[in-house]
Design a protein around this ligand. Sequence first.
Ligand code: MN
Length: 308
Amino acid sequence: MIQRIEATAATLGDGMAIRRALPTRHRRLIGAWCFLDQFGPADVTQGPGLRVAPHPHIGLQTVTWLLRGEILHRDSLGSQQAIQPGAVNLMTSGRGISHSEESPALRPPALHGVQFWIALPDSARHAAPAFRHYPRVPMIERDNARITLLAGELFGERSPAHVYSELVGADVALPAGTLTTLPLRPEFEYGVIATHGEAQVIAGHSEPQSLVPGSLLYFGNGQTGLTLATRATDAGIVLVGGVPLTEPVLLWWNFVARTRGELEQACRDWNAGADYFGTVRGYDGAPLVAPVPPWAGADDAASVVRYP
Ligand code: MN
């Protein structure tokens, strides 16, 4: 099964325009991947650049991967980390964390990258929060393609990023005139987005699909290989995949949970300053306020989950 999904336009923090490929009306999950945001390339020489004030998370991991530029991450564990191209930054919310993200005062002129969320399985979603910076992850050269392993395994290499379900995430840089095939696991479902340029994508015996920034191609399980090709210009793509989740995953704002009640409680707890979200120190601005969900106090069965 192949599905083409158009990303939705959204805003991150104080006005950074982004493309959101998951969740959409037509697809919520790819394996445990539940949120795929791409920002830029954006000119951050004027104005404040990226500014996302302190906000909480539950039930997820965030994977931040930059192609250009720099972001300063601060969190309630006391982490203060410059996020730069080439390093994988993995934040595990467990039962609760808060963080801020901002362009540093002295910064490169452009910002371009992705932030993806992974839904934690029930066995890990109540655990302690953590933040890890991985300055080096495996890089594989194949047929002129440069494959950086953000999470999981590919070509016998394994990313050190600590994840809690069977999944993969990889950045693939494709110079012009490249033709290469990535091995796929038949028990995984997959999605690919383009970060720049145009690539041709072929799974199994399917027709070639053209992929440019703003679209997601979804491939259901049962595939064993994904062929990527470029013509006269280079391209960048990101592949995500994983075993389809069987647990019900609900999203509201910055929270991932299993029931509407949990999401509503997390909003109320954050707005009441609950200890388990901790405190972000050093950000010049007030924390975000959680929007109380529209189903709050309503009959559970009659309400509808809307995505941020
Ligand atoms: Mn966040």
